[in-house]
Design a protein around this ligand. Structure first.
Ligand SMILES: [Fe+2]
Ligand SMILES: [Fe+2]
Length: 286
């Protein structure tokens, strides 16, 4: 079972109508014009998608932040850009905080509408779906609009339902958990309170205690990484998808081909965790 994993695409529009400025979007759009648009090159995307599909994945996973300020036109661009992918394979997606950037976009359920039509958004969260063999995918919703911060949230109800879903998995099964926010960061990378996810520790505890084998996929911090974490319980793997079209990151590191995508081969025997991790920018091997 081969997975293609893509992270923070952050499609954007630089021109807004006067009415579109009147919200938290003013902050996001200012940041976009001053910083973000110089750090992303979406012109790389069509060729990158071709390269990704050449690996013949069986399914694609999108870890959120498809848009920048959750504009309807950004969502339309995402839908058009990802149409070749959706036509070829099942897609599983979760929202990122930027996909519910304003309270109005969350209320209008823009992410649900667009992604529900073509990009594998479930009708409700948490959602567990079969992936193939003994593997399942568990989709979590951590994105909520905030006035100033980009803090995520899982919530008591979603966590209780997540526990029930995990408890229903036998020991010989594997689960790919998809959620926008990281559970852990590598040494030297800190995530501040206002960019972190509420209820993170509770999810870590739950995943470490699961009888099933866990692979956790996320984005949010625009820096690809793979970690094997040893929380109290069974160790599990975490992959940060990164931002496919980002060519210079916050630390000034250059990614001339973008941060790319991941290809992960899930083993048939879930006990054998020889994942093949391939960060396909052609410049970085993990
Ligand atoms: Fe992001
Ligand atoms: Fe994010």
């Amino acid at each position: 079972m081969r997975l293609l994993i893509m992270g923070d695409l952050h499609f954007f529009r630089t021109r807004l109508t006067p009415g579109e400025w009147l919200s938290k979007r003013m902050l996001g759009q200012t940041n976009l014009l001053l910083n973000r648009r110089h750090q992303f090159n979406h012109g790389l995307f069509p060729a990158m998608l071709e390269r990704a599909m050449a690996h013949k994945p069986d399914a694609a996973i999108l870890t959120g932040d498809l848009t920048t300020t959750a504009l309807g036109r950004e969502f339309a661009d995402v839908q058009a850009a990802l149409a070749p992918l959706a036509a070829r394979m099942p897609v599983f997606a979760v929202p990122g905080n930027h996909d519910r950037y304003t309270f109005a976009s969350a209320r209008q359920r823009l992410w649900e509408t667009v992604c529900g039509e073509s990009l594998g958004a479930p009708a409700s969260f948490p959602a567990m779906k079969p992936l193939g063999g003994r593997w399942h995918v568990l989709l979590l919703d951590s994105a909520c609009p905030r006035i100033f911060s980009s803090r995520g949230r899982l919530g008591r109800t979603q966590l209780a339902q997540t526990k029930q879903l995990l408890d229903g998995l036998p020991a010989g099964d594997g689960v790919v958990v998809v959620c926008h926010y990281p559970l852990f960061t590598p040494e030297g990378t800190r995530i501040s309170w206002n960019r972190d996810m509420a209820w993170r520790a509770a999810l870590v505890e739950m995943l470490a205690a699961s009888a099933a084998r866990v692979l956790y996929l996320h984005g949010h911090i625009h820096q690809p990484w793979h970690l094997t974490v040893s929380a109290d319980g069974t160790p599990f793997d975490c992959i940060n998808a990164g931002a496919p079209c980002q060519t210079v990151d916050k630390n000034g590191r250059l990614w001339p081909d973008g941060q790319g995508f991941w290809i992960v081969d899930l083993p048939e025997d879930v006990k054998n965790m020889d994942f093949m991790l391939m960060h396909a920018t052609g410049m970085t091997k993990f």
